[in-house]
Ligand binder design. Structure first.
Ligand SMILES: *Cc1c(COP(=O)(O)O)cnc(C)c1O
Length: 374
């Protein structure tokens, strides 16, 4: 079986973990946490990093830092992980959905303005599958309507966007008031489980630090003004993070090189297409995502079953937020339609994408695709 995500821990991971064990620092108080925060923030190109226990917690912490509360609305894509909606709902706010662009599955920025109401407080662009959102329109709307931008770059660590408005290349994670990322095992940088909030704003950084640590008092430790969480990251996780971050340039090179190989080989198969890299983007190809052309009568579910028989593991695309059983039950998005999201869900899947993947394995995946679509 060619697994969907395989990688090896061949850098300083074991060495740094041993340092934790030898020194006895295994909790969040250990020195790797600060170091990882500083080094990751510097990699992204922002001032502050606040490490937390996972990406979902990072999103909620970031929204809290912005002051999002009951009655507020946050605009986000219908095609994303449920974490984005959960983070919002936990704070009592309402997720407001926007459909995606058909060729790269990122939020359709031209549909955002139509969803802005007097309750809208923030826009949450989600950089999808390694590819950045077309941010210039988001910058413009945030300015015009005085909205905050909170980006989810869990899938786009290291990806870049060329802003015509600002006339420069910008890093995903450095284009918003506050951004959140995940270090789950399949992300470009992993700590096993983990996440981080990044920002240039000292107030948001302070609020994030408070929220992840029970909002302990500053003058009097056990005096709490607000309800926080224990979202802390351990020194063990941060040690892995520091070691992975040392290798990030290599990881991105590997991802881009394998994408080129997939792209070339897949061009021979008429029933499918590779998601497009826009001219404004330097994607990190977090996963190798394809869509089936509907005219050939095979959908993603069917293809996934067939590929499994050829020893190729795949993953489906996101299921639209408007179709999630939990939200259908509560009537949250009743009557709303997002056809591009529905299409991506039905016809999209991603192929083996791990850092340990070889060109030879890609050739086998492409061969399996050819056979499975015969
Ligand atoms: C992985 C992911 C998350 C959630 O991260 P966890 O660490 O699993 O909580 C959030 N947003 C996106 C876009 C993701 O891909």
């Amino acid at each position: 079986m060619i697994p969907v995500n395989e990688f090896s821990l061949v850098g300083n991971e074991a060495k740094y973990l041993k340092e934790c064990v030898d020194s006895g620092w295994i909790s969040s108080e250990g020195p790797f946490v600060r170091r990882f925060e500083e080094e990751f923030a510097s990699f992204v190109g922002v001032k502050y990093g606040i490490a937390v226990c996972n990406g979902t917690a990072a999103l909620e912490t970031a929204l809290f830092a912005l002051g999002i509360k009951a009655g507020d609305e946050v605009i986000m894509p219908s095609f994303t992980i449920i974490s984005c909606a959960i983070a919002c709902i936990r704070l009592g706010a309402k997720p407001v959905l926007v459909d995606i662009e058909p060729d790269n599955c990122t939020i359709d920025v031209n549909q955002i303005e139509g969803r802005i109401t007097p309750k809208t407080k923030a826009i949450m662009p989600v950089h999808i599958y390694g590819h950045p959102v077309d941010m210039d329109k988001v910058f413009e709307l945030a300015e015009k309507y005085k909205l905050k931008i909170i980006a989810d770059f869990a899938e786009a660590q290291g990806a870049q966007y060329y802003s015509n408005k600002k006339r420069k290349w910008m890093q995903c994670g450095a284009m918003s008031d506050v951004s959140a990322t995940s270090f789950y095992a399949n992300k470009i940088i992993t700590t096993g489980e983990g996440g981080m909030v990044v920002t240039d704003n000292p107030e948001y950084a302070g609020k994030s630090r408070a929220y992840r640590n029970l909002c302990f008092g500053i003058d009097e430790r056990f005096s709490h003004d607000e309800l926080g969480y224990n979202f802390r990251m351990t020194n063990l996780q941060a040690a892995i993070g520091v070691a992975r971050l040392e290798q990030v340039d290599k990881f991105i090179k590997i991802k881009r090189k394998l994408a080129e190989h997939y792209k070339t080989r897949l061009a021979e198969i008429k029933q499918i297409r590779f998601l497009t890299e826009k001219s404004y983007a330097k994607s990190v190809y977090w996963v190798y995502a394809i869509e089936l052309k509907p005219e050939f009568g095979v959908d993603a579910k069917e293809l996934m079953v067939r590929l499994r028989k050829y020893g190729v593991e795949t993953r489906p695309f996101f299921k639209g937020m408007h179709t999630q059983p939990v939200f259908v039950k509560s009537g949250l998005f009743r009557g709303e339609k997002y056809p591009n999201t529905d299409f991506a869900y039905k016809y999209g899947l991603y192929l083996p994408s791990g850092l340990a993947l070889t060109e030879n394995q890609i050739d086998k995946v492409v061969e399996a695709l050819r056979e499975a679509l015969k």
